[in-house]
Each structure stands twice: as structure tokens, then as C-alpha cells.
Design a protein around this ligand. Sequence first.
Ligand code: GDP
Ligand code: MG
Length: 722
Amino acid sequence: QPLGSASPTISSSSSSFVPIDQHHVQDAIQVINEHKQFNQQIMEYIHGATLPGQIVGNDYHIISVFGSQSTGKSTLLNRLFNTNFDVMEESRRQQTTKGIWMAVSPEVSTTSSKKSTENVFVMDVEGTDGRERGEDQDFERKAALFALATSEILIINIWETQVGLYQGANMGLLKTVFEVNLSLFGQSKLENNTHKVLLLIVIRDHIGVTPLQALAETLITDLNKMWLDLSKPAELSHLKFSDFFDVDFHALHHKVLQPDEFSKDVKLLGDRLVVKKELFKPNYHHQIPVDGWTMYAENCWDQIDNNKDLDLPTQQILVAKFKCDEISNGVYDEFVAKHHGLFDDKVPGENVDYEQMGLAMVDLREDTLDDYDTSASRYNQTIYEQKRQALKEKIHAKFREVFDVHAKWVVETGVGQFATDIKKLKTRKDKSFFQGAQELEHKYVSLINTSLQLISLGEFHDSEVILDVKARFDAVVAKQQVVEMKAIIGRALAKIDAGVSKALQQELASPDDQTWERVMARFHELLAEVKARYAGTGTVPDFGLGTSDSDNVAGVERLQVQAWVALHSVVHRVITRDSVLQLMKDKFEDVFRYDENGMPRLYQKVEELETSFGAARKQTQQMVPVLEEMRTSEGAVVPRYSARAMRAAGFGARARASDAASEGSDDDSNSDSDDSDNETTPTPFSQVLSPADRDHVASRFKRETDAQFVETKRLVIQHATH
Ligand code: GDP
Ligand code: MG
């Protein structure tokens, strides 16, 4: 029947064994029963037999005793380890239950009064001498495999009387042990595995006549001989007995005949184990932390019982993987619970303290990893580290959810404030827009970085939010650069507008054939002046905006084109149909009514009046050809840019209402088919007054001066007749 369903078999306390020293005695538990089943309750037993935290990780030892029935194995274990394994009663001489038993030693018997703190598990392998009774050598072999796969020290009993008898009791068992050991560790020995087992040969009923040294030499000779006789695979044949085993000896006096000496000998063995600690060595340990021991032992037994090759390193890795995962999942669940508590209610905003939040994250991560390390670090290093890394990544993924939410807010806010502040940037003599923008960007980027660094655990540099920051800032700067350049060009155009307007106003007092020469000269002068401000250092202009060379070149180009548009618009604002008419009226008045000295003229005769009137009108009318068209000695003024470029600069929109840019001044006017189709007769750029305007001005002027003439003539005639 399976062991799980029955209560674990605990060795009976009806045993006749009564310890001499009154120590606490620990009952044993059956690890493998006579049906070769593994006991599921080993871990419970270990927990029950030890104090919480008494055994941490690999801080325990396993010693097995192995050998023929009735060689005093259980007796030795009970005396040495204060356990309660079944001992055959003299009176009954029956075989004890077959199987593998284990007990936690509550205390190792020593000559010292101080209790040792070593944790020792003891395994008693019962009923292994199948060869003597001609039965079940299978179990003997499996038990040996199990003992070697788990134990650091293997105790073998030999009666003194049998030393030197090569075929004596237990020597056959040793052969099995050698073979089995070779199958377990042979292959890994070739890969420089340093693992060994200590064969502790205990000579029983040692009378003391033959010194232990001599007995040991004899036994070593026998062991070597046995090793040489062993049939080994060819690739392992060069390996020595000592590559696999350390051997040590201890002699016990006759238990019945020399009970005191026997007792002393047992305590001396205890001294060697836990006081002098000369028998345990690190390379005997199988490096399975106690939490994983049951799983490891059961896996090993499963492989052994199913006659599979028992590959110990693989088993160690499997156990390490399973346990490290289990530990990792456990600590991660706790982590998630704490994480919820700490961060779920933290809504991004002004009142989140990122320093405190970052510290809480670091603390939580460290606590979680510490918890993991405490339990997992003693498993196979590679697996432990792999699983630790995986755990760390899971932790970071969880933190990253928080990070992303807050980072988004921090970046949004920073970029938003930057966009507001950059609009208010005052360009000063000593600091260009670009320098100001850079300082501002630096300020906000470091504000963002500081906040994010606090909650990034130094890990999230690849976060999209962070990778995006630079682009976000660049976009704000680029947008503002466009605004700033527009403003700069706007100011330059205003300056040109004002300058040209002033020059024109001056000309209007008395326009002559040099008028447009001077106006255009002033225009070019103003344009050169504003361009000089953005001349830059080399051949490329610079607006101090941090814009690209090509943007700067395009900016200056736009400024120039728009300057022409501005010129056109100023001229048309100042010189209109009405303003020209008014100018002419004023001028006529001046010439007709006043003499060269500014004195009012008094006309005496009609002839005089007629001459003067004709001259004044002619002189006045001379203004019109000057003003009606922008013309210099080089001919009609033509912008240096194509109609298309002019329209792009806003010329078309304004011009279409009254005028249109001159076509054919540049190359690509034909490509603009839309406009060419509509405009049957394009108005030249240089045209200030249209023919209709001119007719209007001429007729109005004529009508008004005619009226004046008639009126004046009437006065002259009246005067003459009186
Ligand atoms: P096991 O079958 O190897 O576990 O042997 P036990 O411990 O059950 O002992 C078998 C018998 O040998 C018991 O009757 C013990 O009293 C006896 N015995 C135990 N130790 C010694 C010893 O050192 N010398 C002698 N002569 N008998 C012993
Ligand atoms: Mg026994």
C-alpha cells in the first residue's frame, strides 16, 4: 500500500535499547519502505525534529551506514547520534524491517560536555545483505545508489576478525558500492568534478592487540585490489580508487566484553565528527539545500527504482529550477501585494514625492531579492542567478507600469511648461533666442530627468517616454523657431515699410524724374540694413534661432521677397487716386495762386490769367507720369522674384484686388496655369495708378481747375470793368 495513505512508520520505542547517557533520543522515519516506496512525509518529520531556522540551506550533513545484517550498525548509530533505530533483540534474532531509515540526530555523543551545533541526518540501510541470504541483490544495489547519491560519509562495519579475509562480510557489499559509485560519478570525474565520498570503515570488536594502523593498511590493500579487479568502462579505467573515495578508519572495542571502552570509542568518533571536525569535507556535500532535499531524494529514488541512469548533476539542476521558481513565485506574490499597497493610490501630480517613491521602490526590490536570496542562493549558482534575473525583470516590469504612468505626466507637464516659457523668452543683445531656449530646455530636461531618475531604479532608459523627451522638446523649439522667425521678418518688414513710406512722403512734395531712383535706393538700403543684422559669420545667414542653415537661407529669401511685397503695398497706400488728386490740387493752388515768393497773385488781365493758368496746370499735370508708375533710369521697377514667389509671399492676395504682379520677370510664371488663365492682362508690378485711375484723376483735376479758372476769370473781368 502506498506510504502516503498510511501514517509514516516510526521505529518502535518497544526496542530494548536504552541509552546509557540520558539524552533526548530521536525516533527514525522510514524513507524507503520494503515496497520501495518513498515516504512523502520526510519534510514534516524534519520540521518536527528540528527547531525553526535550525537548518539553513546546506548547513547539514548526511551520514549513511551500510552493511550486513547484525553487524551492530543500528547500535552504533543509536549510541553515536542518540537516535532510536531498531536494534535486533538477542532473544528473538529476527530480521528487522527492510528499507532505508532516517533520523535527525538530536545530539552527537562526544567526550565534550558542550553540545555541538552540527545538524546531522543519519540513514540506516536495513536488510542489504541479500547476497548472504541469496535474495534481492536488486535492493542492495538500489540502496547503495541512494546512499551514495545523498550521503557525505558512508560507514561500513567490519569485524576485526574478518580483516584480511578478502571475502569476508561486507567486502562483497563494498564491491557493489564501488560499481555503483562509478556509475554515478565516473562520467563527471572526467570533467574534473571534485566530489568524493568518505568511506568510514569502523572496525568492530577491536580487541586492541593488532594496532588500528596495521588493520587499516591491510584493508587499504584489499580495497585497492578490489578496485583493480573491478571491471570498469575503458574511458574510466585510468581513474584511481582515491579519485572517488577518501578512506578513514575507526576502531570500537567489544561492546559486551569492554562496554566502557566501547562507550569511550563511540564518543571519540563523535569528537572526530563534530568537535575536531576532521571527517566532513565540503566536497562530500551534494549541495542540495535542506528545503529541496526531499524533492532531490525522491527524484533520485524514482530514477534508481525505475532502473534509469541516475544523473546527479541533472537532478541537482532540476531541483534547483523547481525550488528557485517556487521561492521566486512566493516572494513575487508578496512583492505584488506590497506593491499594490504602496503605489496603487499614487496618482501622478504635483503632490507625488518622487524621491520618496523611488526609495520605496528600491527598498521593496531589495527586500524581495533578499528574501529570494535567503532561500535560493544555496541552490545551483547558475540556476539561482538565472531565476534571480528573471525575478528582477518581473519586479521591474511591475515597477515600469508605475514608472510609465508617472513619467508620462512628468514629461507632459515639463514639455507644457517649456512650451509656455519659451513663448515668453526675451531675446537680448547678449543672448539669442537659441541660447535662451537651450537654457530653458536644459532646465526642464534636468527637472524631468531628476524626477524620472528617482523612480527609474537606473533601469528604464529605454522607456519610450524617455526616448521621446528629446523629440518632444525639439518639436516645441521648432514650432517656436517658426514663430520667432516670422516675428523677426515682420519687424524687418515694418522697418522697411516705415522707411520707404517716409521717403515717399518726402518725395510727394515735389516729385521729379529722380523720385523713384531715390525711393528705390532707400528701399535697397533698408533691405541691406535689416539683412546685415542676420548676416551670420560665414556665408550663411543666422537669425540666432538655432535654425538650420537651409532654414536661415530660406528665411532671408522670404524676407527679401516680402520686402518687395511690402514696397508695393507702401507705394499703393501712399499714392492713391485720391491722394494724387489732392496733391495735384494743392500743387496747382500753390503755383496758380501764389508767386515764387509765396505772395498771392493778383491777376489784372485775362491774358495773364490764361497764361498762368495754363502753366500751372501743365506743371501740375507733370506729377502724374512720375507717380503713376515706378520707373527709374533702368526702366520700370520689376521685383527680382518670380510672380509665383511673390504670390507665395502674400503678394497675390493683396494684389489681386487691384493689381497683379508683373508676369515674365522671372522664369516660372507659365507653370502657374491657374492664374495665367484668369488674368488676361496682368498688371505690371510697377504700375501705381491704373489707366482708369489716371482718367479719373485727370478728369476730376480738369473739372476742378476749370471751375477755378472760370471763377478767377469772372473776378478779373469784374475788376477790369469797374
Ligand atoms: P544491525 O543489524 O547491523 O543494525 O545490528 P544491531 O545493531 O541490530 O545489532 C545486532 C546485534 O549485535 C545486537 O544483538 C547487538 O546487541 C549486537 N551488537 C551491537 N554492537 C555490537 C558490538 O560492537 N559487538 C558485538 N559483539 N555485538 C554487538
Ligand atoms: Mg539495524
